[in-house]
Write a protein that binds this ligand. Structure first.
Ligand SMILES: [Zn+2]
Length: 113
């Protein structure tokens, strides 16, 4: 058991974005839940059921919808649910990488292919 010197730091629940695999505070991510009615965006973050977390940016949702969301939720996403999720994605900004230095963005695009 290693002792952490930063004892004052508050524990913030962290989750992994299933699009880009970045670990972030839960609050920074959007939850998707597998409910009895299907796979939906959980705007409250409290809906019962298996959940997955995704960044509020399109690139992560696109990756998630291509496969990682279904894997994370251990279910298949119906055509209807997929369409609903895709229309949700359209309401999101294309990129919101406020934390990244400007120069890194072009490099990242190349690597993703
Ligand atoms: Zn992400």
């Amino acid at each position: 058991m290693a002792k952490q010197p930063q004892k004052k730091m508050k524990h913030v629940p962290q989750r992994t974005c299933i699009g880009c695999q970045t670990v972030l505070p839960k609050k920074a991510l959007i939850r998707v839940v597998r409910s009895p009615e299907g796979v939906k965006v959980d705007s409250t973050g409290k809906a019962p059921g298996r959940g997955a977390y995704i960044h509020g940016q399109r690139s992560c949702w696109e990756k998630a919808l291509k496969g990682s969301l279904a894997r994370a939720l251990k279910t298949e996403i119906s055509t209807e649910d997929r369409q609903a999720l895709q229309s949700f994605v359209l309401t999101l900004p294309i990129e919101t990488e406020q934390t990244s230095p400007l120069e890194n963005q072009a490099v990242k695009e190349d690597k993703a292919i």
